[in-house]
Design a protein around this ligand. Structure first.
Ligand SMILES: Cc1cc2nc3c(=O)[nH]c(=O)nc-3n(C[C@H](O)[C@H](O)[C@H](O)COP(=O)(O)O)c2cc1C
Length: 147
């Protein structure tokens, strides 16, 4: 049975979608691990319960995570409470210069009692070659944590 990692993200202008694609590539580079990539609006508690690890991606909006990712986390909190304790997680934020949203994601992941297995990637704008490498590494690290 392959392990699965849920990559759940929001995007408006494509930067975070490109970041999610690079993370998924890193996950799929590890044998026996699959990436399930979903927009936050399309994901629910069953996705969170079914995965072996989760990777959350968001643009920085007004120094906070995107409302759509927060909505996913709000909708899934009670249905998964106590059932995702210690689940490995990673996160990535794209931003226009600050990246303070990192803190908001990490704080809420603390309420879920997820276990962070890699530093949160903070990416300026559309990922360039170096950022793609960092994001692939994030995916690979998560995948190795569950393989
Ligand atoms: C409503 C809005 C608010 C934003 N606020 C911030 C901000 O506070 N700090 C920052 O660094 N970038 C900010 N940005 C820039 C985005 O975080 C950045 O362009 C991001 O990469 C967009 O991701 P996307 O292409 O996946 O939608 C904001 C953009 C929008 C649309």
């Amino acid at each position: 049975m392959p392990k699965t990692i849920l990559v759940v993200y929001h995007t408006m202008s494509g930067n975070t979608a490109a970041a999610a694609a690079a993370v998924a590539e890193g996950i799929r580079s590890v044998p026996g691990v699959e990436a399930v990539v979903k927009l936050a609006a399309d994901a629910d508690e069953n996705d969170l319960l079914a995965c072996d690890a989760v990777c959350l991606g968001t643009p920085d909006y007004h120094n906070y995570m995107a409302g759509m990712l927060k909505d996913f986390l709000d909708r899934t909190y009670y249905p998964t409470e106590g059932k995702v304790t210690g689940k490995p997680y990673g996160a990535f934020v794209t931003h226009g210069g600050d990246g303070h949203a990192v803190e908001s994601v990490e704080t809420v992941c603390g309420y879920f009692k997820f276990r962070r297995v890699a530093p949160t990637a903070s990416i300026f704008g559309r990922p360039d070659t170096s950022a793609e490498r960092e994001l692939r590494h994030l995916g690979e690290t998560l995948a190795k944590a569950v393989a």
